[in-house]
Unconditional design. Structure first.
Lengths: 344, 133
């Protein structure tokens, strides 16, 4: 049901863009107004979320370690798993962000005869994630050829590498297939693995279906539904958008507006969804803190400011009352001469 | 806000990355909108209508290549009474005589790098070869 809803939502979005863009004048909404709006929501929402996270105090030093922390000299320190210095934290973060190291330890427990329980690392999630993310990154960078004028030479290099097999015309890109396959694999993982299916929500399925639809419409536009897809026209619009002088020349096919509308929805949805793990991976305190709790004290930032109050100071403050009620004091009250005079 | 000295530079880098096309285009000279040269010989008819050629010429060329090289289908194409042999140099470049003024205008603008010219010669290169032989 939850995944069916994501499909319905994406189909509804496709229909909105398809039918909407056929109404005269509406291409300006789908081609110009919505992309600007989506981009503003994306940037504003992204910065807002990160600032909100930045305002949240981290009360404890809560790194997740999975190796020997720094200890005595003869105990081997696992520098990547329990980083002790900033350089080690940077190295750990870099490998996490670039190679998804933590997914490599996606432990799977199995019950065998005996009964005996075994734990082993299930690498599928890591593999699917690598395929998906790097394909997506490459696809986004390749799209810059439509936004940058003149298109820089390094984009041609990337395109050449991506289309290395020179299959068909226009050349098929490996990352196009990779992105589609990544979506399908991650989606089927959620359906097939029972415990993952149990915890999956609409907001887990929806982005996968949406990104699949974006990739699929892009591929359809490039290879199959080429009618009225004039790349020069589309580049003029794209360059116009980023130079704040957008124009829609001749008519552009509906598949283009469907593709663009889905991208706008993804951008606008991004800051309010799990996709914010893009920023979250940098800001996760379990990864970006040092495992040096024995060497340095972590202060909870929301602790109230308590000024040290020694017993001596306490007695100085309350000595009179303590003497009055007969509590023993370390230092007696100073003798009061004028009191004696009054008694005489 | 905590850890300002990391978060704020990080956010600035992120925003600069996302808005990269704005900066790039602001500091580069815009190329003119491509206007491919019409056949200098004045031919008005192509193997397919202009709109279809604009959308699907690469598919057609690929089919021709596969047909000629793999299946030996060297048919003759008749356009407006004139006959052409199937092929980039033999058909297309007969009318669209300049690669630079026709093919490259749009391809350069949109960073399309077809591998036609890995094997084929442009008319100018072909003329040069003939002179040397």
């Amino acid at each position: 049901m939850k995944y069916a809803f994501s499909f319905l939502a994406v189909i509804a979005l496709i229909l909105i863009a398809w039918l909407g863009s056929q109404i005269p004048g509406m291409p300006y909404l789908f081609g110009i107004a919505l992309p600007y709006l989506a981009m503003m929501i994306f940037l504003g929402g992204f910065v807002y979320r990160v600032v909100q996270w930045g305002k949240s105090p981290v009360p404890f030093s809560i790194q997740t370690t999975c190796g020997q922390g720094k200890s005595l000299d003869f105990i081997k320190h696992d520098r990547l798993e329990a980083p002790d210095t900033t350089a080690e934290v940077v190295a750990r973060m870099f490998l996490e962000i670039v190679t998804f190291r933590s997914l490599f330890r996606n432990t799977k427990s199995e019950l065998h005869d005996g009964p005996k329980i075994t734990y082993e690392s299930s690498k599928w999630l890591w593999l699917f994630a690598i395929i998906f993310h790097y394909s997506f990154l490459m696809v986004v960078i390749r799209h810059m050829r439509l936004f940058l004028d003149p298109a820089p030479f390094w984009i041609a290099w990337l395109e050449f590498g991506d289309g290395l097999f020179q299959v068909g015309a226009p050349t098929w890109y490996m990352t196009d297939i990779g992105l589609l396959a990544g979506c399908v694999l991650l989606f089927s993982r959620r359906l097939i693995t029972r415990h993952v299916r149990f915890i999956s929500l609409v907001n887990d399925y929806f982005p996968l279906v949406l990104i699949f639809a974006i990739a699929a419409t892009g591929i359809l536009m490039r290879y199959f539904l080429r009618t009225e897809i004039d790349i020069v026209n589309i580049k003029q619009l794209a360059v116009g958008l980023v130079t704040f002088s957008p124009v829609i020349g001749t008519e552009i096919g509906a598949i283009f507006y469907i593709h663009l509308f889905l991208v706008c929805v993804l951008l606008a949805y991004f800051p309010f969804s799990k996709l914010m793990h893009f920023a979250g991976v940098f800001m996760s305190p379990t990864r970006n803190m040092k495992n040096n709790t024995r060497a340095a004290r972590h202060m909870n930032p929301w602790n109230p400011k308590i000024i040290p109050h020694s017993y001596g100071g306490y007695e100085d403050e309350f000595r009179e009352f303590m003497v009055e009620s007969g509590i023993p004091v370390e230092k007696e009250l100073p003798p009061k001469k004028d009191e004696e005079k009054d008694e005489e | 806000m905590y850890n300002k000295r990391f978060i704020i530079p990080g956010l600035v880098i992120f925003v600069l990355f996302v808005t990269f096309p704005l900066w790039f285009n602001a500091f580069s000279t815009a190329s003119p909108v491509p206007k491919p040269e019409l056949p200098p010989g004045g031919e008005k008819e192509c193997v397919a209508p202009a709109s279809e050629m604009r959308d699907r010429h690469m598919v057609l060329l690929n089919e021709w290549r596969d047909g000629v090289l793999r299946d030996g289908e060297r048919d003759v194409i008749t356009v407006g009474g004139k006959q052409y042999r199937k092929g980039l140099q033999m058909a297309c470049m007969q009318c669209h005589t300049s690669k630079e003024k026709f093919c490259d205008t749009c391809h350069d603008y949109t960073s399309v790098n077809p591998f036609c010219w890995d094997c084929h010669l442009t008319p100018e290169e072909a003329a040069l070869k003939k002179e040397t032989h």
